[in-house]
Design a binder for this molecule. Structure first.
Ligand code: GTP
Ligand code: MG
Length: 184
């Protein structure tokens, strides 16, 4: 019986109180953006992924909230278009491969040059240290330092360690994104 009420309640919420949030997922090539989005939207994790050419969009539904997620290619040739896809969104998710220590400085520089853009001022930022399942990774404190997150201003900044592969901490990601629905 309770199940029926829950279904009716969810249907009413979806129908009369539907909220859509625009989320842009950025980060260097191979960070795991497409893998993360696939898992968040109920798909299976796969090892053999194809690098994203341009962008890809998927919706993630939670109750009355739909997260409309733009997943952009991370290769250098696609980075100039990041700002255009991040303008006006409700949240930016920046994914970092925490087991690829050599690329951390590049990730930091790309993130900071983006965050300096006036068009993106105030947009909440979630930095995700992905691939926590791998050995030889940096800790979250080391990631915060390496990415110089304390020097990113004019917005709320949050950082979590996750694994798209093992689906670790993904609920925290959804909950953080969902909280921006209250502003709508
Ligand atoms: N071990 C491990 N591997 C992961 C994880 N997430 C992604 N990968 C792997 O990392 C590789 C790159 O993943 P993608 O999701 O294609 O990376 P991307 O950020 O979308 O890359 P671009 O589209 O080129 O920007 C793939 O081989 C994935 O299987 C993870 O949490 N753990
Ligand atoms: Mg991709």
């Amino acid at each position: 019986m309770a199940g029926i009420f829950r279904k009716v309640y969810d249907w009413l919420l979806r129908t009369f109180w539907a909220t859509e949030l625009d989320v842009t997922m950025l980060g260097l090539q191979n960070a795991g953006k497409t893998s993360l989005l696939r898992v968040l939207s109920g798909g299976e994790f796969t090892v053999d992924t194809i690098p994203t050419v341009g962008f890809n969009m998927k919706r993630v539904q939670r109750g009355h909230v739909t997260l409309k997620c733009w997943d952009l290619g991370g290769q250098p040739r696609f980075r100039p278009m990041w700002e255009r896809y991040a303008r006006g969104v409700d949240a930016i998710v920046f994914v970092v491969d925490i087991a690829d220590i050599d690329l951390l400085a590049t990730a930091r520089d790309e993130l900071h040059s983006l965050m300096e853009r006036q068009s993106l001022e105030g947009i909440p930022l979630l930095v995700l240290g992905n691939k926590s399942d791998l050995p030889n990774k940096v800790t979250m404190d080391e990631l915060i330092d390496a990415m110089d997150l304390k020097n990113i201003g004019h917005r709320e900044v949050c950082c979590y360690g996750i694994s798209a592969k093992e689906e670790t901490n993904l609920e925290a990601v959804i909950q953080w994104l969902m909280k921006w629905a209250h502003n709508k």
